[in-house]
Ligand binder design. Sequence first.
Ligand SMILES: C[S@@+](CC[C@H](N)C(=O)[O-])C[C@H]1O[C@@H](n2cnc3c(N)ncnc32)[C@H](O)[C@@H]1O
Length: 399
Amino acid sequence: MNALKNFLDKTNQLLTAGKLLKVSLSHYKGNIEDLKQCIVKPILIKQKLKLSFTYRYKTKDLFKNYDLGEGVEKIGQYINAGFQAATLFSASNQLNLTLHPKGHYILRDEKQQSQQKKVNQISLLKHDKQKQRDIPENTPFLKALGLTNEKGEVYKIAQDKFKQINHYIKLLKPAITELGSDNINVVADMGSGKGYLTFALYDYLSQLNSNVKVIGIEYRKDLVEFCNQISQSENFNGLNFKQGTIINAELPESDLIIALHACDTATDDAIYKGIKNRSQMIVVAPCCHKQIRKEMEKNKPSEDLKLIIKHGIFLERQAEMLTDAIRVLWLEYFGYKTKALEFISDAHTPKNVMLIALYKKEPSSKTKQEILEKLNNAKKFYGITLHHLEYLLTQNHLI
Ligand SMILES: C[S@@+](CC[C@H](N)C(=O)[O-])C[C@H]1O[C@@H](n2cnc3c(N)ncnc32)[C@H](O)[C@@H]1O
């Protein structure tokens, strides 16, 4: 019985340290029909660490989440109820628990030695990298948002978010430097969601400009309350979240307008607000692009495009590129120099384009005319009668 107890203790230990990758239960000989395997992984739900159980049956998977203590107990119960093997995975260990034919358990540490070397190398690299991060692991707001543990270490399952936060700051830095952080006093983050990126930007900017105010606009009340609570507990006096829609948000004059993964035309709402407000900088990472896709499907573009749009996936990607290319042209029309970059690796999400626009100067009427021609030609070629951003600009007499 000691081997089983040690296995569960080790699971608990790794879990608390944020180092558990997964536990796999196999060789099922119990009474539940067709049950083959059970995979247990840590998961963050509403900023709380839980254990997610995937029960693999012959023809289906079932899922259930448990609080940590109860989850570890369940692992023990399942092993006693028929799983004759269990494996615990962490970066440095692979512990195998097996039931011996004589009825006792045997515990073996498969990878400890060979893995330890690798882990040491990784942590050296990590240490080097950590020094260069704009938002280091031990930044307090990361813990408040549930991304790091008591020791200020990023949970395994929060690694992607942590990387995204730092990559975001890295992408924005050149434009912030070009504009001058003293000129960035009011920032509006539209569709701020759970606020990870809003907190990161505030944390970064407030070190350069102590007067900076960042406002998150979000229509989900629960997220607004959650973010305001954390902002207060972290004493982020210049960071506030307001409930509302992007299009109706009443903002002070904002130097920087941001919309990251705001759905469909909400990105256009944010760009429109930025243009209307004459914001010095507009940053968007568009999300889904339904509006243009529907237009293309409805109005049938030119013959030359049929070979592309007859396939749904090509049509979707074409619509994405086109929507963003049209956004860039409108930004240029209003005097913004715009860069299109990869926001996050497409291994994580296909919605990975970021547009960073900096206001330069009002273009000449000749340049504006040329841009309008490009826009009209593109719309004709792709069968688009209206782009939502153009609609907003027209309705509000900006063009
Ligand atoms: C996919 S999340 C992205 C959150 C955050 N910007 C990020 O990138 O991590 C999009 C958020 O925008 C909010 N949202 C979408 N459209 C909105 C609108 N028109 N007005 C206000 N909030 C909106 C949603 O409620 C959601 O929380």
